[in-house]
Design a protein around this ligand. Structure first.
Ligand SMILES: [Fe+2]
Length: 400
């Protein structure tokens, strides 16, 4: 396991600015007609952490109606079977319908107080306006693509991207594909951030990091809409939810700057670290999260030392629950695992390669596996929705 993250996040992604901002913070910025734009400071850690300053055409507080609604996605319901065992969830099923948008297509699979893991299947229509006020979201785009529209502007995304949406960001998903599938990790603790050990004390990504600043994509263009009229924003904190009706379109920002904004990073830009000996899971770490780590297992050259077993050893990560989502390729340590399958290995039970795999892996030179792993420090709970995907034969699948 990587070291547990501290509460202070790294500096990356670094400073960014779009559109007009005044020379100094908190100075008047006016439209060509002379009206004052509404400044909004969006900040973390009691305004002592990362922040951005946005300039709106309309004050973001201009609300005409607040209506209580059931949360979308629906709140997690605990599974009936609570047996402590390994689970294999085959999450892509014939006949399972897709949501009308990302929010309604999302199904929670596993959760604790800090972390939720779910999948979302949704169609091509532009999504509703949403704001997650209680958690950062990391979306791994398994298939699909399009653009994320937000108060920070347009962020293009595509298959293989991690799209990180920090809490409090008013946004909507506008897919360009007919079928979209996201793996969603929601982090209610601290923000989703880049591991501290990849950064210098000034926040620059170091040479040994598996990615660099050039790999992170930021919003490129503001929407700067001037559209008076009713617009509903679905706001959620945990499972408390309300629809806020504004008297304007919230994507009215004419300029912003700071370190707090949604960004994208492609798993195909992750540079795997390999060696003569089997490298431990921390070399795959991609994001640091309070209560979890997120890792990327990418196609790579395998260990090439003499007589090295390239398959992972049997392992017991005694103080973590391990969630692995299979994206593509042949995941060589397991058999019968298809893209979209998700394994959950709770603490307390060892797991490892399938029978015969260790022997067969000696001398193997490459792997084409692509998978995303989420290890949580606190135990996870399975949902009733996840139970419908469960392969009951999995816990005894290590017997020949
Ligand atoms: Fe494992």
């Amino acid at each position: 396991m990587p070291p547990r993250p501290g509460t202070v996040g790294g500096m990356a992604p670094s400073y960014h600015r779009l559109g007009q901002v005044p020379a100094k913070r908190h100075q008047a910025l006016r439209s060509p007609e002379g009206s004052l734009y509404a400044e909004e400071v969006v900040g973390t850690e009691g305004f002592s952490g990362r922040y951005s300053i946005l300039y709106h055409r309309y004050a973001p507080t201009r609300v005409t109606k607040v209506a209580e609604v059931e949360p979308v996605p629906a709140a997690p319901v605990a599974a009936a079977d609570t047996t402590l065992r390994h689970h294999l969830l085959r999450t892509i099923k014939e006949g399972k319908g897709a949501g009308t948008d990302e929010a309604s297509g999302r199904v929670w699979l596993l959760h604790n107080d800090e972390i939720r893991v779910g999948v979302s299947d949704f169609g091509p229509d532009p999504g509703r306006l949403v704001r997650n006020g209680g958690a950062d979201e990391c979306h791994f785009v398994h298939f699909g693509g399009g653009r994320l529209e937000s108060t920070f502007g347009i962020l293009e995304y595509r298959q293989g991207d991690y799209v990180v949406v920090p809490r409090g960001t008013t946004h909507r998903w506008v897919p360009a594909a007919a079928h979209n599938r996201h793996l969603v990790v929601e982090a209610a603790g601290g923000g989703i951030r880049l591991p501290r050990r990849y950064q210098s004390s000034d926040g620059q990504l170091l040479e040994h990091a598996p990615y660099w600043e050039r790999d992170f994509r930021r919003p490129t263009e503001l929407l700067a809409l001037d559209e008076p009229g009713a617009n509903d924003v679905w706001v959620r904190v945990g499972d408390r939810s309300a629809v806020y009706t504004l008297d304007h379109h919230p994507f009215d920002v004419v300029g912003w700057d700071g370190h707090y904004y949604p960004y994208a990073f492609s798993i195909y830009d992750f540079e795997p670290i390999t060696g003569r000996q089997h490298q431990p899971p921390p070399v795959h770490q991609t994001f640091e999260i309070d209560g979890a780590v997120l890792c990327s297992f990418c196609p790579r050259r395998l260990d090439d030392g003499p007589d090295v077993v390239t398959a992972p050893y049997n392992h017991a990560n005694v103080d973590s629950d391990e969630v692995l989502y299979y994206v593509s390729g042949n995941f060589f340590s397991r058999r019968g695992i298809e893209p979209g399958a998700l394994t959950w290995h709770p603490r307390g039970i060892p797991h490892g390669p399938a029978p015969g795999v260790a022997e067969a892996s000696i001398g193997k030179e490459r792997t084409d596996e692509l998978a995303v792993m989420v290890d949580t420090f606190r135990p996870l709970v399975l949902t009733a929705a996840a139970e419908t995907f469960d392969d009951q034969a999995y816990p005894t699948s290590w017997i020949n």
